[in-house]
Each structure stands twice: as structure tokens, then as C-alpha cells.
Design a binder for this molecule. Structure first.
Ligand code: PLP
Length: 419
């Protein structure tokens, strides 16, 4: 595989950035493949090699790369000015478009990333309940905010534990519950009920294997929140794309607050907290002190808003269904290939999302990273890009041809890994 220019770029990068870049997930040993451009379902690397992109910036780019309608919307918005410190009409338009997609999204607030939106949802729950603690699913990923970084190492451990640099107080205020185990989760939640501001879930948590939450589990968490007054927060930054109304609705649940990001920004930086007015009112300065301060120079910037409007317009129920069907075909094809090779691996996912796990354990805590990284490099050599965790997704520019191309590359790569 010719990656000469990527190697040269990385040699320069490590001189000026720790690990050579600004995002842990793109670090790759011995060096990452640098991307020059993307168009539709494909990306071209620094050495001029074109590949099918099934990672789409960690599942963000639901319309693939440089979609003409998004490019147009973004270019026009940039031409009108990029931010003002005053509200813009397109923020209102986007808020209307988003709230129309799910009746639990009564009010919405915008941020510049999913991480910030998770942070603001938690702060809103704390301000609403005047309680300090949060509960999250063991091993689940919710971005870089320190309160949710607790126990996000994918170990599946049920003990709240720090990631590097996490203060004791933060760890003590983050309670960890087991996934898809209603009784186990309720036992922990009841112990902390009086102090819990929120229960934070991802209905299809990718870090712990992209297994959808069971209805029984969701019902138990909903009932607990109704009884205790804790706010149920559904983090759908990654999983919103599985259903037109979002992931939780598809699985039969209902949240008080939903955190959105990634696909709803059409490729521009975005995050949103959407939910019940009763909770969202903590953001409203007109309600008097103590409203929750929510600052951010780029919140609701008109470029992300315009891109978001265009992205949602393209994300019709039919589009969501079509890429969901392609996702199901991909998963079935991968499972067939894995079975043929006799490997004890799994493919999980829902709708347009998939994750390959180098283990038969359903929740993927035990998926050996080395096996998946090897598959990642071999797949790249066969012209296909997925995440080195096995994460991938279908984008709307894809169709039968891309699914078939993926299937052939996956089969050839897996046989090469085994050889
Ligand atoms: N929450 C979930 C479930 C995510 O998957 C992510 C990002 O991958 C985030 C939050 C953080 O979003 P962002 O990367 O936009 O900060």
C-alpha cells in the first residue's frame, strides 16, 4: 500500500502535535492515512488512492462527502457571514425543522459539538432537579466531558472509575449501571435515587458493541425516572440516524431530553439538546435567576444551522429506511462471510450502523483491539475504510454497487487476515 505522503505528513505532525493530531480516535500506528478530499461515498488519500468510505467521520456524514446540496447551503451561508453574536433567521428555521421530527423535542438549544450538548443536558438536569449525581451505562461513550468520561474505557466494569486526570469528586458523582439488565440497573439506581439528577443512556451504544437497548430495559429506566424525578437523557449523537424520529423512539422508549449531534449538522460542527419544556426552561433567562448560563461563541452559528437544515431536508423517512435496508444487507453479508471462515466473530448494529467485533460476546467488551486493527489495515488495502474499532455506517449516496463492493472487499480481507 503506497502511503508515502501520509508517512511524510505524520513525521511533520508529531513535531508540532502530541500524537500527531487533535483527536485520539484518528491516531493510528504506525501513522494514519491522511485524506486529501472526499466526494459522495469515496475519499481520496494524500497519495491519490481512492477508497469507499464506510466510516464517514465516525458515522457523522450521513450524506457522504461534499454532497452538492450541502455544499451549496454551506457556501451560501458562509457568503452571508459566519457568526454575529446575534440570532439569525436560520436558527429559527433549523429549530423548527428539528422539533418537528419528534414530539418530545419541544424546545431545543444548539451547541458546537456533541460533547458540549451532553455537558449542557447534564447541567440542565442538575439545575432542574437540584441534585448532583448522574447515572450512565457501564462502558458507554458520551464524548469528552469529564463527568461522562468516567468508566468509558469499554471494560464493562460496574465500578465507577476515573480516566486519567479525572478528579475524585467527578468519579463519586457518576454512578454506573449495567446495560440491558433492568434489575441490575434498578438496584444501583434505587441506592442513589435521592441524589440522581439524570439517567444518561445511548439507546444503541457503539462503544459497548452497538447492541440496541431492550424495550424492557428502557421501560425500567423510564419508570425509575418517573418515580424518582430524575431526568432521562437519551444521547443520540451517534444513534439518531437509525430512525426518522431517532433511536429511542424506534426502540419504544421516551426521553425527557435528547442529545443530538453528528448527522443533524450535515458535516458542520453541531450539537443540540432537545426536550421537554419543563426541563428546558432552565436555559430561559426570561424566567429569571437562576437560569442555567449557556454560553458559546459559535452556538447556533448560521453556517452549521444552514447545513443542518439542508441535511434534515435530505433525511426523509424514505432515505432513512433505504440506508437502513442497505445496512441490514451489509450485516447479513458480513455474518455470512464470517460463518464461512469459521471465525467466532460477531456483527452487531441497527439501521445504517454496523460494528464488527472480533469476539462472539454480544456486548463486545472483549473484542480484541489488535485483531480489528489488522482487519482495518487490510480493508484499506482492499479499497474500503471503516473504523479500526470495526465501526461503520451507510451514507445516502450509497446503493447496491457500494454494498457489493464492500462485501467483496470484506471477504477478501478476512481471508487475508486469516491466511
Ligand atoms: N455522544 C455519543 C454517543 C457519541 O458517539 C459522540 C461522538 O462520537 C459524542 C457524544 C460526542 O460528540 P462530538 O464528537 O460531536 O463531541
Amino acid at each position: 500500500m503506497n502511503t508515502e505522503k501520509s508517512a511524510a505528513l505524520y513525521a511533520r505532525a508529531v513535531e508540532v502535535m502530541p500524537g500527531g493530531n487533535s483527536r485520539t480516535a484518528v491516531y493510528s500506528s504506525p501513522y494514519p492515512v491522511y485524506i486529501r478530499s472526499g466526494s459522495g461515498a469515496r475519499v481520496t488519500d494524500a497519495d491519490g488512492v481512492e477508497r469507499l468510505d464506510f466510516l464517514n467521520n465516525s458515522t457523522t456524514l450521513i450524506h457522504g462527502h461534499a454532497h452538492p446540496e450541502l455544499v451549496k447551503a454551506i457556501a451560501e451561508a458562509v457568503g452571508r457571514g459566519t457568526s454575529f453574536g446575534m440570532p439569525t433567521p436560520v436558527e429559527v428555521e433549523y429549530a423548527e425543522a428539528l422539533t418537528a421530527r419528534n414530539e418530545t423535542f419541544e424546545h431545543v438549544r444548539f451547541t458546537s459539538s456533541g460533547t458540549e450538548a451532553v455537558m449542557m443536558a447534564i447541567q440542565a438536569a442538575r439545575a432542574h432537579t437540584r441534585r448532583p449525581k448522574i447515572a450512565k451505562i457501564a462502558g458507554a461513550y458520551h464524548g469528552a466531558y469529564d463527568a461522562v468520561a468516567v468508566n468509558n474505557d469499554g471494560s464493562g466494569s460496574l465500578i465507577s472509575h476515573a480516566v486519567t486526570g479525572n478528579p475524585e469528586g467527578v468519579v463519586a458523582n457518576t454512578v454506573v449501571i449495567p446495560f440491558n439488565d433492568p434489575e441490575g440497573a434498578l438496584a444501583v439506581l434505587r441506592e442513589h435515587a435521592a441524589d440522581l439528577a439524570c439517567v444518561l443512556i445511548d439507546p444503541v451504544p457503539w462503544r459497548i458493541g452497538l447492541v440496541p437497548a431492550d424495550k424492557e430495559y428502557l421501560d425500567a429506566l423510564r419508570a425509575f425516572c418517573d418515580e424518582s424525578g430524575a431526568v432521562l437523557i437519551s444521547d443520540e449523537v451517534g444513534s439518531y440516524r437509525v430512525g426518522y424520529h431517532g433511536a429511542l423512539r424506534l426502540l419504544g422508549g421516551e426521553a425527557d431530553l435528547t442529545v443530538l449531534g453528528k448527522v443533524v449538522g450535515g458535516g458542520m460542527p453541531i450539537g443540540a439538546v432537545a426536550g421537554r419544556r419543563e426541563v428546558m426552561r432552565v436555559f430561559d433567562p426570561s424566567q429569571g435567576a437562576p437560569a442555567l448560563p449557556h454560553s458559546g461563541s459559535y452556538n447556533a452559528n448560521p453556517v452549521s444551522m444552514a447545513s443542518g437544515v439542508a441535511s434534515l431536508r435530505l433525511l426523509t423517512p424514505e432515505a432513512v429506511e433505504r440506508i437502513g435496508e442497505l445496512g441490514e444487507r451489509l450485516r447479513t453479508a458480513m455474518r455470512g462471510t464470517i460463518e464461512e471462515t469459521g471465525l467466532d466473530w460477531r456483527v452487531n448494529g441497527l439501521g445504517s450502523l454496523f460494528r464488527v467485533l472480533a469476539t462472539s460476546a454480544p456486548e463486545g467488551y472483549a473484542s480484541p483491539a489488535a485483531a480489528m486493527k489488522r482487519l482495518y489495515w487490510v480493508l484499506l488495502d482492499h479499497g474500503v475504510h471503516i473504523g479500526d474499532s470495526g465501526l461503520g455506517c451507510v451514507s445516502t449516496p450509497m446503493g447496491d454497487a457500494e454494498v457489493e463492493e464492500f462485501g467483496a472487499a470484506f471477504g477478501a480481507s478476512l481471508r487475508q487476515v486469516l491466511a
